[in-house]
Design a protein around this ligand. Structure first.
Ligand code: 6GU
Length: 226
């Protein structure tokens, strides 16, 4: 998979995407991430990328010209399955959306700043608008990093058996069961004995029960959605 991310703050994305599972995906050649500095397409000596909003009001708007020049220069190299705009009023990211995106070949992600991008780019160019939750971030970069992590870890070959996505919270419509490691007794706190029993079917049944109970308690709507 190839992901191109357009941003005015490339540094905000370099760090988070170089580590952990996503960093490993990059080193294995399974995920190629191209962080593109929008300012290189800015106008004039100051490489301007934003301007005042028509109709007035506080805050700047990202101009269509530099964005379009940047998008088209990327499209000259490869075609994109989706052009995603990260926006607080976009569709809420969830596991099914991450699963679907992980099946695509090339994604482009636009990170907005200030008051956002000119509406005409949203109307005519963007194919998908994504939010990571009902709160406002100062820009789309951290949200883009979250999206890339959620999608990138699902790519075939990125995870090994231990980190397998099959057992994730949400992947089977349930949150994950509790987990324990050594020691079996820590400050009088005991690990549930079934986990020490060696009885695999009993352990599996216990985990399922726990996941179901937790889902009921913490995410009741996940059970109603079915
Ligand atoms: Cl995608 N962008 C911004 N600026 N804020 C957000 C968001 C995105 N998702 C939740 N809050």
């Amino acid at each position: 998979m190839h992901i191109s991310i357009i941003t005015v703050i490339p540094d905000l994305l370099q760090g988070p995407l170089q580590h952990s599972i996503i960093g490993r995906a990059g080193k294995r050649g399974l995920l190629e991430i191209d962080v593109v500095d929008l300012r290189e397409y800015g106008i004039g000596k100051h490489r301007q990328v934003d301007d005042y909003a028509y109709g007035g009001g506080a805050g700047m708007v990202m101009m269509p010209g530099p964005l379009m020049a940047c998008i088209e220069s990327l499209q000259a190299i490869r075609s994109y399955d989706e052009i995603i705009y990260m926006a607080p009023d976009g569709r809420l990211l969830d596991q099914p959306m991450a699963n679907r995106l992980s099946l695509k070949g090339n994604l482009m992600i636009l990170c907005g700043h200030y008051k956002g991008i000119d509406e005409r780019i949203r109307q005519h160019v963007v194919t998908m608008e994504v939010s990571i939750g009902n709160y406002v971030l100062s820009g789309g970069e951290l949200a883009a990093a979250v999206l890339v992590d959620a999608v990138g870890r699902l790519l075939p070959g990125v995870m090994n058996d231990e980190t397998s996505a099959l057992f994730d919270s949400f992947q089977d419509g349930l949150v994950a069961p509790p987990v324990y490691t050594r020691p079996a007794r820590f400050r009088d706190w005991e690990v549930p004995s079934v986990l020490l029993s060696g009885n695999e079917s009993a352990i599996e049944a216990w985990r399922y029960e726990q996941a179901l109970a937790r889902t009921r308690q913490r995410r009741p709507t996940m059970l109603q959605d079915e």
